[in-house]
Design a protein around this ligand. Sequence first.
Ligand code: SF4
Length: 245
Amino acid sequence: MELNLPFDPVERAAESERLVLKEGKRLYYRFRSAPYYGGIATADAIGCSFLCAYCWNYNRNLNPQRFDKFYSAQEVSSKLLKIARKRFFHLFRITGSEPVLGESSFNHLLKVITHIFQEKPRSIFILETNGFILGYRKDFIKRLKFPNLWIRISLKGKDEDSFQNISGAKKEYFLYPIKALKELQEQGIKAWPAVMKDLFTEEEIGCLKKLLSEYSIKSELELEYLERYPFVLQNIDKRNIQLKE
Ligand code: SF4
């Protein structure tokens, strides 16, 4: 994919969706059990509206056209359910990508979630998202009313400049993920923000918390920590981002 920084994430989401969705099937490259959250059935997908400096799936998200394994929602949920039954897991997620790029990816996601809850009603699906399209297309949010759907929105910056530098997306889109959080909260859907702690000082984290409180976001800010793969450190360096610890 041609990509100059900063890019328009609306256009990038649409272009990514065009590449990673085919007749309702989405590109995935792995299905696995993962240790996070105490054990979770995980599908690794491809395609994102952002291109974060610290993304551990950077090259796949930059060049999705190199991959060709498309899976239907039924195939994805069946694979995840098989892993969960084998490992006695109750948690499910899709990661490595942005699940919501537009209408087609959103419909695919809803089918995966619906099938999992039909088969295992007491399970929890954790939607890991950058929150951009959910803030841009707030009409999607009312379709996310599942009792056991939890939504974790990974915020990329504390302000417009850090957002642009870290996510690669134009700074004017900074507030959309925060708007998504606010709307989710207003709709009574469990959602919380997360941020990559290694990229911010305590003071900067304090600024972000203050901004969230100005938007009346009540849920706690989760701090995540960087997987320091050599290519991740190189990408961070290329954008002149200093690690804070
Ligand atoms: S939002 Fe997540 S999946 Fe997308 S580029 Fe950033 S870290 Fe990678």
